[in-house]
Design a protein around this ligand. Structure first.
Ligand SMILES: NC(=O)c1ccc[n+]([C@@H]2O[C@H](COP(=O)([O-])OP(=O)(O)OC[C@H]3O[C@@H](n4cnc5c(N)ncnc54)[C@H](OP(=O)(O)O)[C@@H]3O)[C@@H](O)[C@H]2O)c1
Length: 325
């Protein structure tokens, strides 16, 4: 018998239950993965609350790392005994072991521990497409604005931006997080709870504004993000940690300087297997070589998922969080 977190209705952290579950044999195209570590992501809270739709009852979790214990017919990308990691649907990573589609499984290179892998696929692949795909004109010397700079995506983004020569204005909620962001390469700190973000961005950029804002906070930062952009700049709304963004008024985009807005999802930047392999290769390469350090700053047991979600939503975490299985 295996164990998993299941939820039967959308709601607060207490809807999650630690239960015994049956894990069957893998069918065609499937693999049985025994988890070593599982990623805790903000997206998990969106599924739990119902912001992202999920059929109920269901498992939770979209990221894990472990060992392949069995494969079904037709599986060629992984074999029994492989060290693998993945991110994406279907839900169910919060489990000791699971049967899942084999296609999303990535082999983890030697030199990268599986707990590190569980902390970096979702956040690292997201950073990869944010910095390498979504605004191809980004170049060394540019200055961008990144919200929640001390978070899981934030610390990976800061290090990767430094490798590209891109300067980052990072927002954080307190001094301790500012210290962590600075230590990972953040060039300018803005305290978004008590400073006018757009005003500070204009001061730092000599009045011009930034070409791109990477905004995972959503409701609380949306207006300031738009006002921080230079003419024809791009607002990347890639998360809603503070709540969903308001409806977009297209005329405001014209008035504020012919701005662009996108609301991307990682799945659309991983759908093409070649692109997925390219982005994963870059990410694994940086981590294996020590150019990007994955900071696993919180570790939980899976049965403590309720506390883990409370900490993440309560802004108590920095860097990446995982469940150790
Ligand atoms: N679209 C995609 O493809 C994609 C993929 C992966 C992740 N994401 C998004 O990227 C973001 C970062 O994910 P993560 O797992 O690395 O989380 P995280 O950044 O480690 O945690 C969220 C952070 O957001 C900040 N925040 C600001 N207002 C908040 C509020 N009202 N409630 C909670 N947090 C608030 C907090 O930092 P401060 O205390 O410094 O404010 C908090 O630590 C999430 O929004 C996630 O949904 C998007």
């Amino acid at each position: 018998m295996e164990n998993a977190i299941r939820f039967y209705q959308a709601g607060g952290p207490d809807v999650m239950h630690w239960e015994e579950v049956q894990v069957g044999e893998p069918g065609p195209g499937e693999a049985l993965v025994r988890h070593v570590a599982v990623g805790l992501n903000f997206a998990d809270t969106y599924f739990r609350t119902g912001l992202y739709p999920a059929a109920l009852p269901n498992g939770l979790g979209v990221e894990g790392a472990g060992i392949v214990e069995a494969v079904g017919p037709g599986v060629a990308n992984v074999a029994v005994g492989d060290r693998v990691a993945y991110t994406g649907s279907p839900l169910g990573a919060y489990s000791t072991a699971r049967v899942m589609p084999a296609a999303p499984l990535l082999r983890v290179p030697e030199g990268i521990e599986l707990d590190t892998a569980a902390a970096m696929i979702m956040r690292g692949m997201t950073t990869a497409y944010l910095l390498r795909r979504i605004y191809p004109a980004l170049k060394a010397g540019d200055t961008v604005l990144l919200h929640a700079a001390a978070g899981g995506v934030g610390l990976i983004f800061l290090q990767w931006a430094k490798l590209l020569g891109v300067k980052v204005i990072g927002t954080v909620s307190n001094e301790a997080k500012a210290e962590i962001a600075r230590a990972h390469g953040c060039d300018h700190i803005v305290y978004y709870g008590r400073e006018d973000v757009a005003k500070r961005v204009r001061e730092i950029t000599g009045g011009e504004g930034v070409p791109v804002v990477y905004d995972s906070v959503g409701k609380d930062t949306f207006a300031g993000s738009l006002d921080s952009l230079k003419r024809r700049g791009l607002l990347v709304c890639f998360g809603t940690s503070s709540g969903p963004i308001p409806p977009i008024d297209a005329m405001q985009l014209a008035i504020k300087g012919s701005l662009f807005v996108t609301r991307p999802a990682l799945a659309d930047y991983m759908a093409d297997p070649t692109e997925r392999a390219e982005l994963a290769g870059e990410l694994f390469g940086h981590v294996a070589a020590g150019r990007i350090k994955i900071e696993v700053n919180q570790r939980y047991a899976l049965k403590d998922a309720v506390q883990a979600h409370k900490d993440l939503e309560g802004r108590k975490t920095t860097g990446s969080s995982i469940f150790v299985v």
